[in-house]
Write a protein that binds this ligand. Structure first.
Ligand code: IFM
Length: 640
């Protein structure tokens, strides 16, 4: 900070470390130890109360007058959970006083410190801070900019040329947040539902990652995606424990995850029930099961996009097989229809609890078992050594027989004959249909709870968020365009988008249906969640899934890009206001550039030599990279 007074002045600077910050009224730290060094550096060490993690925060303050360093001794003070340096500096009219504060944060959980004592960590942090201070702010800023350019702005920038600059800003906002929320350095951690921006959901990780944020990294920074997938492999112990506790086998992933070994951490009680006055039970941790298939799906997409065999052999196949084993143990056979069902669950739509045969859950479980069966046969043939070790570990031969028994008898809800509507679950379509207009036009989310409690909402044909729609997005080749449209017409009017995980999916499907105006409108609404006029909407933190969803609407929706069964499909449709959309992504390590206008699409392979087969607007095409020809030219060549 630079201050240039317009009169001679004694400027007092009071700066320090405030350890009295609370977390929704909860104090997570011990009082700790405060210390000044050389009257220039401050250090505060506090320990978390639950996991006993040391948090070491070290700051250094530098002063300069007209860019020349000044050596003024501060008055130092300590208060409860606070320490400060107070400087009084005489500054003449027109002179500039610059205050630079550089801080270094570390914890005893950090990989480099796990075998160090607190004292050693403190000393190391102080030494590192001194190095950073000696470089100075400008050099650190340059280093930071160079890293941002390397990872994002020169690597996978997105350009939106439009009458409306806001969309360009919005997508950069999304990329910025996605980058800072990802713990790229450590696979023992993953992305929290609010990133690092707020206390909502206690820093826990949900399916938001695999379905909403992971795709961004899978497409643009595969090394971060790999780390996120590895987090799930490393959390298998918690998933096994959850399965065991439920009398099941295999990997039953926790609905909410935190530290690897902890397993399920979803809180049990939530907000007040407006009818009974009691806290509402949060059932997700007990019955929102689809997360296990979502994890497998995220890993499979990662594999399809990156071709990372090493990851699959070390970790990926095991997760796919282990989650399938869970599903096989969870299905219930019904002699009446000779089918396997999944009863008593919650699908993505959290307004429907304890339901049977949620379409999303059943289809995803089916998909999961299918992938596991393919993995079983291909590993047996191609990698017998790995097959043998997984066979021993997971009792694959026995489980494979179970898969064979189940797979063709899994109950997969089909479109109704009369209107092609797929029942979201066994009872949804027979529930009460009420006029939802006031809730569809609501200013704030969840206004339905002013009039109904959750038990009542359970009895109404109303959805909190995309459910069938997300099924159409993930397993899009299983459903015809007519089925998708019919279900859109049925479910969209009944979906309140009370979860921020909803609008992006609906926007992508609107783009898939080639409804440009609707897709644009839904995209704008999605962007408003964190960037709109409602300044309270992000109080508990930004909505990471919706931010991942913003990237998906731009690339999957308007860019029309999809990875389906290992094949890239591109079918763009730009909003009217956009003149051009240009983005980059990686496929099997090769950097592709996709440049779209209303008239033309130009795809280049910038780094590789693969011939890449594409489905371009429904037509087969081949991108020949070594000539760096545009796809349009390649197509013409083929036609010639
Ligand atoms: O995972 C989501 C869920 O789908 C809706 N409620 C909030 C969760 C965390 O974002």
């Amino acid at each position: 900070m630079t201050i240039t007074p317009d009169a001679d002045a004694d400027i007092i600077i009071r700066s320090g470390i405030n350890g009295a910050v609370t977390n929704s009224g909860t104090q997570h730290f011990s009082e700790g130890e405060k210390r000044f060094y050389d009257k220039k550096y401050l250090q505060y060490v506090q320990t978390t109360t639950q996991h006993r993690i040391d948090f070491v925060f070290t700051s250094g303050i530098e002063l300069a007058l007209n860019s020349n360093s000044v050596d003024i001794q501060p008055f130092i003070s300590m208060e409860r959970r606070k320490l400060f340096s107070v400087y009084t500096i005489p500054v003449k009219k027109g002179e500039s006083l610059t205050i630079t504060k550089i801080s270094y944060a570390a914890t005893s959980f950090d990989k480099e410190y796990t075998d160090k004592t607190t004292r050693e960590i403190q000393e190391d942090c102080l030494a590192k801070l001194k190095v950073q201070c000696s470089k100075g702010y400008n050099a650190l800023f340059e280093e930071s900019c160079a890293k941002w350019d390397e990872l994002v702005w020169d690597n996978v920038p997105i350009t939106i040329e439009s009458d409306n600059n806001f969309d360009q800003l919005a997508i950069r906002f999304a990329q910025y947040h996605l980058q800072i929320m990802a713990p790229a350095h450590d696979s023992r951690l993953s992305i929290a539902a609010k990133g690092l921006s707020g206390e909502g959901y206690k820093g826990h990780t949900f399916w938001d990652n695999e379905i909403f944020t992971l795709p961004y990294f899978t497409f643009t920074q595969p090394q971060i995606a790999r780390s996120m997938c590895l987090y799930r492999f490393l959390s298998l112990e918690g998933a096994h424990n959850k399965a065991k506790a439920n009398g099941l086998t295999g990997a039953m992933y926790p609905w909410e995850s935190a530290r690897l070994e902890e397993g399920e951490v979803t809180p049990i009680w939530g907000a007040a029930d407006i009818v009974t006055g009691e806290p509402i039970k949060i059932w997700s941790g007990f019955i929102q099961l689809h997360i296990s298939a979502d994890v497998a799906f995220g890993i499979w997409q990662y594999y399809m996009m990156t071709g990372d065999k090493d990851f699959m052999q070390k970790y990926g196949y095991e997760v796919i097989l282990d989650t399938a084993i869970f599903w096989a143990s969870r299905f219930e056979y019904d002699e009446n229809d000779s089918k396997y069902h999944i009863n008593g669950v919650m699908g993505p739509d959290e307004y429907k609890e304890h339901i049977d045969d949620n379409a999303f859950t059943n289809y995803m479980a089916h998909w999961n078992i299918k992938r596991a069966m393919e993995s079983y046969t291909s590993l047996m043939k191609e990698n017998p050594e790995l097959f043998d070790s997984l066979n021993k570990k997971l009792d694959l031969d026995k489980n494979y027989n179970k898969f064979i028994e189940i797979i063709d008898k899994i109950y997969l809800p089909q479109p109704r004959q009369k209107d092609l509507v797929v029942p979201q679950d066994k009872t949804y379509l027979s529930k009460k249909d009420i006029d939802l207009t006031i809730y569809k036009n609501q200013k704030n989310v969840c206004e339905i709870f002013r009039d109904y409690n959750l038990v009542q909402v359970n009895g109404i044909q109303v959805s909190k968020q995309a459910d069938i729609m997300i099924l159409f997005l993930l397993l899009e080749d299983l459903f015809s365009a007519d089925v998708k449209k019919a279900n859109w017409d049925y479910y969209e009017p009944r979906t309140l988008h009370d979860s921020s995980l909803s609008l992006s999916t609906h926007a992508i499907l609107a783009a898939d249906m080639k409804d440009r105006a609707l897709a644009t409108d839904l995209f704008n609404k999605c962007v408003q969640i964190d960037l709109g006029e409602n300044m309270k909407s992000s109080d508990a933190g930004i909505h990471t899934a919706s931010i991942g969803g913003m990237w998906q609407v731009v690339v999957y929706g308007f860019g029309g890009v999809r990875m389906i069964n290992g094949k890239l499909r591109i079918s763009p449709i730009l909003p009217d206001a956009w003149k051009r959309l240009h983005f980059y992504f990686y496929r099997h390590g090769q950097r592709l550039s996709v440049d779209i206008t209303h008239d033309e699409i130009n795809i280049k392979n910038l780094t590789g030599t693969d011939e890449i087969a594409l489905d371009l607007n429904g037509e087969e095409a081949v991108l020949i990279d070594e000539f760096r020809k545009s796809l349009r030219r390649v197509q013409q060549k083929n036609e010639d």
